[in-house]
Write a protein that binds this ligand. Structure first.
Ligand SMILES: [Zn+2]
Length: 251
């Protein structure tokens, strides 16, 4: 890797794969995937998946490990320490000072559009699956918006993200964005490495189900939004890098 990668590079990379025009962004497309010949993208944001945390849990994450081996595992610089501005940067390709979105009410009022809206406005069938308050900010702009209630048990929440992602994939979107929260919620609840590992391992299984459901020539992008920012393990594995995995489904 000749340059440092940041989370703002994710949206321009995905836009280029989809052949969608973007407004000016702070990020740049990652060149390595240019020759992969993909025409669909699934983005799975795995909340709190720091790079060091991923490396520590890797033996228990067979699906992500094999995707990383077959594709690319990058150490991406996170651009915001909390979820809403970080995800806004992932989806807009803009640094937080340029998108100005620091909470979901800002997101609702913001005039700034994201990859999901760029794609939808160019007739690229798109779907987003996330916690319902965040999901609501996309209503009216994106073809398929599926929210999951926040108050579900940690384990059930991510299972519902999977179920709705599979339902969305049934409609053959060219872009799906899904946000898994289990690791972060375990951390906020004061969970230790055993709890974090179990949440990560569940997500790994869900990613396997998603990978089985997508057509070939789909690029799968998996990334953390920020390193662990709460609980016992805050600062233990990472200070500013998250895992970014890019993989292409073949056959
Ligand atoms: Zn987060």
């Amino acid at each position: 890797m000749s340059r440092s990668i940041k989370l703002v590079d994710v949206a321009p990379t995905m836009a280029r794969v989809l052949g969608v025009r973007t407004p000016p962004t702070d990020g740049k497309p990652i060149d390595e995937v240019k020759e992969w010949g993909c025409n669909r993208v699934v983005l799975a944001i795995v909340d709190s998946l720091g790079y060091g945390l991923f490396k520590a849990l890797e033996p228990d994450l067979p699906e992500m490990r094999s995707m990383a081996l077959e594709g690319l595992l990058l150490k991406a610089e996170c651009v915001a320490p909390t979820t809403t501005p970080a995800i806004a940067s992932i989806l807009t390709g803009l640094m937080p000072k340029n998108h100005g979105i620091s909470n979901t009410s800002h997101a609702s009022e913001s005039e700034i559009r994201s990859l999901l809206e760029w794609a939808s406005s160019e007739e690229v069938p798109s779907a987003v699956v996330m916690e319902e308050e965040g999901a609501r900010t996309f209503e009216g702009f994106v073809d398929m918006v599926m929210g999951v209630p926040k108050d579900l048990r940690v384990e059930d929440f991510d299972r519902q993200i999977l179920a709705r992602s599979l339902a969305a994939l049934d409609t053959d979107p060219r872009l799906l964005v899904a946000h898994f929260l289990g690791i972060d919620r375990m951390a906020h609840r004061g969970g230790g490495i055993v709890d974090i590992r179990s949440a990560a391992s569940a997500i790994d299984g869900y990613l396997k189900d998603i990978a089985a459901a997508i057509p070939e020539k789909t690029m799968v992008v998996i990334c953390g939004d920020h390193p662990l920012h709460a609980g016992l393990l805050k600062g233990v594995f990472d200070s500013k890098y998250v895992a970014l995995i890019l993989w292409k489904k073949e056959n």
